[in-house]
Design a protein around this ligand. Structure first.
Ligand code: GLP
Length: 241
């Protein structure tokens, strides 16, 4: 695992943007795996700016998001589809038809899982997968105890993950209880993984990850088996502040 420690969130966002810009320069038809949550927001802001300045062209890029809440229509403001539109897609020159996110309200959940996994194979796998890390070590929505060899599936969110994500909703009880997520195996299919961690509240998870032992109770540890992971974190996530 390549580990890059930067001073703060600004630098982290800039560095992550640079890595993505480099990837798309190398291959203008890159498939990018994208993530939601607070951590990638700065990266998306930098990418919007870079796109505006002509430093990156998304015309031939495709994207595959990690996960979506179950029960939220794709037009719901807190759905990950709307999150991605707001924070990135609507502000860059990407064709919406090339942006893929699981459907949070399919007729058949199992069928949707199969469809999305097949899509990862057909469109991807991503050349680069952007990833955040939950305080309990979850990646995507693969909570502790997940099948380390799982593909796209439905999960029940833990109380701690629902609480951590409650800040995006008006009321705590509005936070969905289930999600559809790429499995750990689906995530590991990516050619490169760019893992971002910012802030003190991630320090424990990062410390555990860097201890370097694979453990199903700590899903992020599955990344240790991947040949090309770049972890960019700020000093606070490294426990230096
Ligand atoms: C959510 C997302 C994850 C994300 C995690 C951390 O649960 N499904 O993809 O990595 O939150 O979020 P944040 O970046 O806001 O700390």
């Amino acid at each position: 695992m390549e580990v890059i420690i930067v001073n703060d969130y600004e630098q982290l966002s800039q560095r992550a943007c640079d890595i993505i810009v480099e990837q798309v320069h190398m291959n203008p038809e890159s498939v990018l795996g994208l993530a939601t949550g607070g951590t990638p927001l700065g990266t998306y802001r930098e990418l919007v700016q870079a796109n505006g300045n002509g430093k990156i062209d998304f015309k031939h890029v495709s994207t595959l998001n990690l996960d979506e809440y179950i029960g939220l229509d794709s037009s719901h403001p807190q759905s990950y589809r709307q999150f991605m539109k707001r924070e990135l897609f609507d502000a860059i020159n990407i064709s919406e038809t090339r942006t893929y996110i699981p459907d949070g309200r399919p007729d058949d959940l199992e069928e949707e899982c199969r469809r999305y996994e097949a899509l990862i194979e057909a469109i991807g796998p991503p050349d680069l997968q952007l990833l955040g890390i939950g305080e309990n070590g979850h990646i995507g929505f693969n909570e502790p105890g997940s099948d380390m060899d799982g593909e796209t599936h439905i999960v029940e969110l833990t109380e701690s993950t629902r609480a951590a994500n409650a800040r995006f909703f008006d009321k705590d009880e509005d936070v969905p209880a289930h999600a559809i997520t790429m499995g750990i195996r689906s995530i590991l299919k990516s050619k490169r993984i760019l893992l971002l961690a910012s802030g003190e509240r991630k320090a424990r998870a990062i410390k555990r990850l860097l201890q370097g032992e694979e453990d199903a109770n700590f899903p992020a540890s599955a990344l240790l088996a991947h040949p090309h992971v770049t972890l960019v974190m700020d000093q606070a996530a490294y426990g230096m502040k």
